[in-house]
Design a protein around this ligand. Structure first.
Ligand SMILES: *[C@@H]1O[C@H](CO)[C@@H](O)[C@H](O)[C@H]1NC(C)=O
Ligand SMILES: *[C@@H]1O[C@H](CO)[C@@H](O)[C@H](O)[C@H]1NC(C)=O
Ligand SMILES: *[C@@H]1O[C@H](CO)[C@@H](O)[C@H](O)[C@H]1NC(C)=O
Length: 269
């Protein structure tokens, strides 16, 4: 559980509104590193062998066909990928991982093969590009002659960013859900929501505050997961759109609206 949370902890408010070329990232909670695209080592061209060597570097000693949470943390450290932000989730999505915090050799080889990179820095670039496009709603990049990785998937996402975001969002539920379970613990769910949704939907911050304050919600099922995104998309922070939508919202969201209204009337009286 702790490991899960360390993968997707509280929102990374340190995100800097940086250019495509420049990254300032809080690494390991303390030190801040700045890298530029130019400083990405003239990445050796992708070969499956290089990808495999990189995999071995981070693979679990006890289970050499898997990168476990410890290996992932080391990889994120080397690649300057903040563990507490959305990038590790985007990585899991790109590698089509089955479980949060682990990559099998097969997932790794296929995923890095599609991206055509065996460089942690280029991997980070690919993930930052996706974050900009799908989470932060920045305009798509312009195609360039010498791409550092295979951007085929990126261009496909860019053609319909809303659809692609939905795909990513749905992926995350299955990623975080234990195979035999129908629900995800609320603690994990709110950690996921806090990195995926607030940049697009500021109302999500209030919903998380409500969930934490209420303290009685223990888990989220798929219906709540899906409806949360729909709620964010159709209900404004003023709650405009809530009644109009005609949807039967999950109880948690009805409770939230009631809570928010009572807060509003409490502060205005
Ligand atoms: C950062 O990482 C270094 C080594 O990787 C470790 O010794 C240190 O305790 C870490 N700092 C924090 C705040 O996690
Ligand atoms: C580039 O990525 C696309 C989409 O993931 C994939 O279908 C294609 O095979 C990749 N190209 C190469 C050369 O690997
Ligand atoms: C907290 O959640 C319960 C349901 O779990 C609900 O009945 C109650 O109204 C909520 N409290 C507040 C302050 O919204």
């Amino acid at each position: 559980m702790r490991l899960l949370l360390s993968l997707c902890c509280v929102s990374d408010n340190t995100h800097s509104d940086n250019q495509d070329k420049e990254f300032t990232r809080k690494v390991n909670g303390t030190k801040t590193q700045t890298t530029t695209k130019a400083s990405i080592p003239k990445a050796e061209p992708y070969t499956p062998e290089r990808a495999l060597n990189l995999f071995k570097k981070y693979a679990d000693q006890a289970d050499p066909d898997t990168i476990g949470p410890g290996g992932l943390e080391a990889l994120c450290g080397d690649a300057e990928i903040p563990m507490e932000g959305v990038l590790p989730l985007l990585l899991a999505w790109q590698l089509n991982a089955k479980d949060l915090g682990t990559f099998t050799k097969d997932e790794w080889m296929k995923g890095t093969g599609n991206l055509r990179t065996a460089s942690p820095q280029v991997l980070r670039l690919a993930l930052s590009d996706l974050e900009d496009l799908l989470i932060l709603d920045k305009p798509p990049l312009k195609p360039s002659k010498n791409e550092l990785y295979n951007r085929t998937a990126y261009w496909a996402y860019a053609r319909d960013t809303k659809h692609s975001f939905h795909e990513f969002y749905a992926f995350c539920f299955n990623l975080a859900k234990a195979e035999q379970s129908r629900n995800i613990d609320m603690e994990v769910v709110t950690a996921l929501w806090s990195v995926i949704l607030p940049p697009k939907f500021p109302i999500m911050n209030e919903i998380i505050a409500f969930i934490n304050e209420n303290g009685t919600y223990k888990a989220a099922n798929k219906d709540l997961w899906i409806m949360m995104l729909e709620f964010c998309e159709s209900v404004k922070p003023t709650l405009e759109g809530y009644e109009e939508s005609g949807d039967a919202w999950p109880t948690l969201l009805d409770d939230f609206v009631e809570w928010k209204r009572s807060q509003g009337s409490a502060s205005s009286s």
